[in-house]
Design a protein around this ligand. Sequence first.
Ligand SMILES: Cc1cc2nc3c(=O)[nH]c(=O)nc-3n(C[C@H](O)[C@H](O)[C@H](O)COP(=O)(O)OP(=O)(O)OC[C@H]3O[C@@H](n4cnc5c(N)ncnc54)[C@H](O)[C@@H]3O)c2cc1C
Length: 435
Amino acid sequence: MRKPSKFRVQAINDEILAKLSLKNRYNFINSNLMSILTQEEFNFLKKVQKFCLKFEKDNKITHGPEEDIYDWIPIFGAEGYITRQHAFECIDLNYEEYGFTADFLRILALDIFDPQFAMSGGATVICINPIYEHHENMPIRLDALKQLVTGKTPGCLLITEPERGSDAVHMLTTCEEQDDGSFILNGEKIYNTNAPKAKWAVAYATAEKNNGNTMAQFLINTEWDGWHCERVGIPWVPKLYLGKEHLENLRVPKEYVLGGVGKGREYLFEGLVPERVAIAMRGISECWGALSHAFIYSNLRKQFDQEILKFQGVGFLLTDLWAKTTNLTLAMLKYCEVYDEKMKKYGGELPQTISQSMVANASQFKYQAALLSKKVCYECANLMGGAGLCDNTLMHDYLNISRIQEIIGGSRQIQQYIMSINLRRMFRSLETFES
Ligand SMILES: Cc1cc2nc3c(=O)[nH]c(=O)nc-3n(C[C@H](O)[C@H](O)[C@H](O)COP(=O)(O)OP(=O)(O)OC[C@H]3O[C@@H](n4cnc5c(N)ncnc54)[C@H](O)[C@@H]3O)c2cc1C
């Protein structure tokens, strides 16, 4: 919990501020999930929560503006809490709890601890996944992968360009293949989370500008010549470092080419499914973070000599937000369960028909979780009155971070566009079936 400092005048009384502790917020969430999760899942959630509680206490974390969330990464990495999407046997980590369900629970615990920290971890994960998929057992790639997964450094992903955002497949950043199989990259990227702090970047470029068929995927060490990075300020997430990069004759040796010319577009779409699902998981976690604050606050805060929860205007709004969040959580858990089962059944390679429907599901979840996070975080802050808007608690962070969910990982309109393409495809396949 934040402690008042000379920059943060205490607005909330001592009793309520103490009750808004991380422990109590976790307890609220656990009461909601204990009957839904299996015993193993619940144990894993509690294990991550216990680590966060101890870390917060031992390091006297206040979540105030003076703290650098990037300092925490190595400690969480050493514990195996950067990602649990995979077991990571290829780098000898062999995590016992892994898959989408485990990662959802990990995200839930971390996001309640600190939402900006959880988001920075998400950006490292989208750098990890392409290396995991395309390391081809090459020691250089496995070494970079291990550094990222164990928190030795954050990572970043470079898709977006100043002139190519939603239209990501018509890139302007070029890659020119050399006789020795290396590539020379030139161009500009922007809004790349973690980039000014990251040692490793995964980047896309194209052999011919605006031609998606000639895209390629690269692993870049940001210490190489030709990497120039400035920090882009995003005031709603002031603790995150986002980059604008100028790649100037940046040479990528052959061993670092994850996907050659022609492979880039397929690899980009492959990475977008887990990215969008993870954004949806964070959106749901933000809802729980905001709800847990409003739940505790409205049960303690009195006006007109009554706890404000007892007024229908407060209590019924809170129940509406609670029901919507619970339902989306249940849907996400079901999706994770099915995904994990299928990944095991098919040995990590999903058949085309299943992975196609996963693309639509990822957009559906990302679209709805982002909308819900925006609504729940705003309304919970609103239910807390001035206390929801001051800087004594993490509500302020939830309110802000919930407003960028619709843009990251593809905007609301782009998710709708993807879903409508899927509806069209489904209709066509029904027509074929009929005839
Ligand atoms: C905090 C933050 C973190 C980010 N992290 C990363 C990162 O780590 N790596 C990375 O590569 N990028 C990252 N991004 C970039 C993000 O993915 C893009 O900002 C996003 O895809 C939108 O691109 P744009 O900003 O160029 O907007 P534009 O594409 O210019 O869109 C502007 C508006 O037009 C709408 N629009 C565009 N095309 C259509 C269409 N066909 N139909 C309907 N509406 C349309 C959009 O929905 C939007 O409302 C991040 C952005 C932010 C803000």
